[in-house]
Design a protein around this ligand. Structure first.
Ligand code: SF4
Length: 60
């Protein structure tokens, strides 16, 4: 899984970090960053975050 957050699209809403906090974190810059690799235990949550991101900033 090649997981990325497009910083140009992210609006820092925090949805992804709420859904998968081990993988996404909204930093001091107000944008989401990938902080960990998806695991089998949170792959569904990562997929949900990508599908639910309001600006489609997350690519898998
Ligand atoms: S859900 Fe999308 S817009 Fe919201 S913080 Fe995550 S990447 Fe950014």
């Amino acid at each position: 899984m090649n997981l990325q957050v497009n910083q140009e699209l992210c609006i820092g809403c925090g949805l992804c970090s709420d859904v998968a906090p081990a993988v996404f974190e909204v930093g001091d810059d107000g944008l989401s960053h990938v902080i960990g690799a998806p695991s089998p235990g949170n792959a569904d949550a990562v997929r949900d975050a990508a599908e639910s991101c309001p600006t489609s900033a997350i690519s898998l």
